[in-house]
Design a protein around this ligand. Structure first.
Ligand code: ADP
Length: 346
């Protein structure tokens, strides 16, 4: 039987790694950062004002689905304010001491990026309150009867938190971010700009129409677009055997067929997700837990990656009792709902 790890690679690219290759095309300046106009405009002003005041930027919260550019923006903020940058993922902070160590090694004006900040354990989060508000760090020393605490004043710094689930943040933490941006999904035109830039850096010969085909299937997400470009290039190259042969539209379409990605950017996992709701739950409502077991996928992948796109495409509705298929989903899957609730292929 296939392990759940094998299932993941077969069905989805939800757990794309942040590879070296991706780092080569990560934008380093705000001018290379495509789209998100309102966020970029506001950041330009805030950064300029902070530089003039010789102060670090206020703490920033970036929210939005994975792959939309939160980490890239955090790095750009550090670059543009000529500040040091350090990064930690919240689930890696097990004890408040882990966070205290990171905070106490910050230099003046440094940027500390905390990814998945909604997953910070409560005691670590509480430590952050004082650090963000008054630059005070309370550290517990000793044990039992001789337990004590010492206070350290931190240098001025900027905390940048990133989250895919802004609703999971506690109010006291959310309120300590003076600047908050929610990143939007990208238009196909913006994705083409991102792909053209990456194709230039990676030296990928291509026809523009091939990039258009990729952008249509990229779930409005730069990371997915870049990933698809690499895979389409692999398939095209393996057939042409010629590094100088541009990727034609036909080669891109052939690659998508082989990857089982349809014209809407739906993967095998997306289709299985919908089919399972149709076949086993009569269109829903159903919770994510049973679907996660049926699909051998973890809930986070379904919740952060699969669902937002299916909701956006109006294939599923979230209701208080669970997920429900829409008529559009039945049409897309080529299934009809029978009067009795049974399904049949039309
Ligand atoms: P997140 O932190 O939101 O998961 P990342 O910042 O890691 O997303 O972005 C994923 C990749 O997509 C980056 O390496 C970068 O190359 C590309 N990318 C994301 N947003 C943009 C953008 N606005 N312009 C150009 N490239 C982008």
């Amino acid at each position: 039987m296939a392990s759940s790890k094998e299932n993941k690679t077969k069905h989805s690219y939800a757990n794309l790694e942040r590879t070296e290759i991706e780092l080569q095309v990560r934008p380093q300046t705000l001018s290379a950062f495509v789209g998100q106009k309102d966020t970029v405009d506001a950041l330009q002003a805030y950064l300029k004002a902070a530089l003039l005041r010789k102060e670090p930027l206020d703490h920033v919260l970036l929210s939005g689905p994975p792959g939309l550019g939160k980490t890239s923006l955090a790095r750009i903020i550090a670059n543009d304010s000529h500040a040091g940058f350090s990064q930690v993922t919240a689930p890696n902070i097990k004890r408040p001491g882990d966070l205290a160590k990171i905070l106490s090694s910050l230099q003046a004006h440094d940027v500390l990026f905390v990814d998945e900040i909604h997953r910070l354990p409560a005691p670590a989060e509480e430590l952050l309150y004082g650090a963000m508000e008054d630059r005070m760090l309370d550290i517990a020393v000793g044990d039992g009867m001789v337990a004590n605490s010492i206070q350290i004043t931190l240098p001025p710094f900027t905390l940048i938190g990133a989250t895919t689930r802004p609703g999971d943040l506690t109010a006291p933490l959310r309120d300590r971010f003076g600047i908050r941006f929610h990143l939007e999904f990208y238009s196909e035109d913006d994705l083409i700009l991102i792909l053209e830039r990456a194709a230039g850096i990676w030296k990928i010969e291509h026809e523009k129409i091939a990039l258009q085909e990729i952008s249509k299937r990229a779930r409005s997400t730069p990371r997915v677009a870049l990933h698809l470009l690499r895979r389409v290039w692999d398939y095209a190259l393996s057939e042409s055997n010629n590094l100088h042969e541009p990727i034609h539209a036909a080669a891109a379409l052939n690659a998508f067929e082989r990857m089982h990605i349809d014209g809407e950017g739906m993967t095998k996992l997306d289709r299985l997700f919908l089919q399972n709701i149709a076949k086993h739950y009569d269109g829903g409502p159903v919770g994510l837990k049973p679907l996660s077991a049926l699909l051998a996928e973890d809930i986070t992948t379904l919740e952060d990656f699969v669902e937002p796109y299916l909701v956006r495409r109006a294939f599923i509705k979230r209701t208080p009792r669970g997920r429900m298929l829409t008529q559009e989903a039945y049409t897309h899957l080529g299934l009809k709902k029978h009067k009795t609730g049974d399904l049949f292929e039309p």
